[in-house]
Design a protein around this ligand. Sequence first.
Ligand SMILES: NC(=O)c1ccc[n+]([C@@H]2O[C@H](COP(=O)([O-])OP(=O)(O)OC[C@H]3O[C@@H](n4cnc5c(N)ncnc54)[C@H](O)[C@@H]3O)[C@@H](O)[C@H]2O)c1
Length: 360
Amino acid sequence: MIRRMGNRLERILVTGGAGFVGSTLAVAFKQRFPETEVLALDNLRRRGAELILHRLYQHGIKFVHGDIRVAADLPVGDFDLLLECSAEPSVLAGYHTAPDYLLHTNLTGALHCLEFCRLRCPRLIFISTSRVYSIPRLRQLSLRETATRFAMEATQGIPGASDQGIDEDFPTSGPRSLYGATKLAAEMFVEEYRHAYGLKTVIDRCGVLAGPWQMGKQDQGVFTFWMAGHFFNRPLRYIGFGGHGKQVRDLLHAEDLASLVLEQAGALDQWDGSTVNVGGGVEVSLSLREATELCRRMTGNSPSIAEEPKDRPMDVPCYLSDCSRLFSRTEWRPRHGPERILSDTFEWMRKHETALRSVL
Ligand SMILES: NC(=O)c1ccc[n+]([C@@H]2O[C@H](COP(=O)([O-])OP(=O)(O)OC[C@H]3O[C@@H](n4cnc5c(N)ncnc54)[C@H](O)[C@@H]3O)[C@@H](O)[C@H]2O)c1
């Protein structure tokens, strides 16, 4: 039986709450609603998550060590909102290792979160990914090459694609990585649980997120990884698409995501049932080559960058979020440009250099 209540947010659970996105959302909610109990659940699987615990405590956020693969690890008692941010978020997960951790966390774990919602938390904001879109179709986009990047042509023969990027009508059929498939499957169950049990739900399909507290790795959190390579002066590689670093992504500061999620949580009746792309779009996008220039300027370091022309599996030369659907519903817009995202990341590394040296 789902607990019915008004729009009060007395207790919020953030799964993956010691991760980059989860902790950023937890802090933003605690700052906006100081009286609200914000509980962060995480199994500390992500290297560096342990450093985030201090951030949570500093902001008065409770932490519970738990694993969403185990239903009994989800907390007891009633909650008003679940922000589901736990995942194995690497697009390469399962390709060089067995996929069981990915599947059990992103699929079974998501189902445990939905059961938790059915029984004791009537509202859910599910952080999903642009990786739900078909990789073969993304690789068919008509691109033009400029001096520093690939750019999308205005006319594309694929639904949901234009020079503004990829919108929600873009095909999701066909391979989209094991990671993308788990997130798409979880999205489908979010819809089913909403329909069957009356949950109020929002699905945010995020492009690349970046900013402080992202423990960036080559296969996840690439702009942070790139900044770290410059900051610690370590060799880097342009991998794939000729090896010139012209691959492009839009990016979004995690604090911009937090301001959107706060708005959605405050008006879940209006947002209920929506699935929207969330990203910086063309305006807030960078190629790796362009990122190199900014990172060099900020850090004063120029690490060597090898050129490896061969593409990595599941990689695409260009992804830009077309957020027209989102923008038609809200005044919210990304406030941080690419330079600001990288400079915030740089300042964070400066401040926590000793702790981050062994993690990033
Ligand atoms: N970072 C991005 O660019 C990006 C882009 C699109 C979508 N997302 C989505 O955002 C969400 C958060 O990603 P992130 O970037 O913060 O990654 P992250 O790795 O920093 O955070 C995920 C957290 O989940 C925890 N976790 C992993 N398995 C768990 C389990 N079985 N039980 C409990 N906790 C577990 C990890 O320890 C980690 O702290 C994910 O759902 C991801 O799919 C991220």
